[in-house]
Design a protein. Sequence first.
Length: 173
Amino acid sequence: MSKEIKQTEGIVCFEQKQIGVIRTPYTDNAPYQPVEEDEGDFRIVVEPQYTDGLYKLDKFRYIYVIYYIHHVKREPSMIVSPPWAGGEKVGMFASRSPVRPNHIGLSIVRIKRIIDNEILTSGLDAFDGTPLLDIKPYINDLDVKSDANYGWIEEMEGHEHLFLHIKGIPHDY
Ligand SMILES: C[S@@+](CC[C@H](N)C(=O)[O-])C[C@H]1O[C@@H](n2cnc3c(N)ncnc32)[C@H](O)[C@@H]1O
């Protein structure tokens, strides 16, 4: 269970456990979002005491990976300009910026194989060594919202093209 550790200026702080580590080929440069077909060794290594918690996880195709974006050095700003959005300004919570009050990252990846305490996955947009906080199955019907939209992104000119950048899809125009 999370332990409440302190309260400063009305803000309650909690302690979380690192339950494993994310291994990727990215040392200091990662895509903006997971690139499913990216090549390389992507794996989630859970601490051995959590191995039994992976029982039957391999029945699912996709998982949510929740992690601590540990190398963020900047203080969060409430208004951000995503690097791919040509100077567009939006609220931090209307963005997927890694610079947030809590450095929580969320990626959906495909399970390729689970071997003991290691989950081999498709491309994952976290730096090598990123601390793992949680894993949950991604479940059709519970998690897929067929009327989801693109928010403020769909108001931008050429947003289909922008999405190729966000998703790291190679293209020559
Ligand atoms: C835009 S964030 C999105 C993360 C996640 N998919 C999400 O939506 O919460 C992805 C970026 O975070 C940065 N990043 C990834 N792992 C990091 C880490 N451990 N520390 C600091 N920055 C990291 C990389 O620059 C990467 O391009």
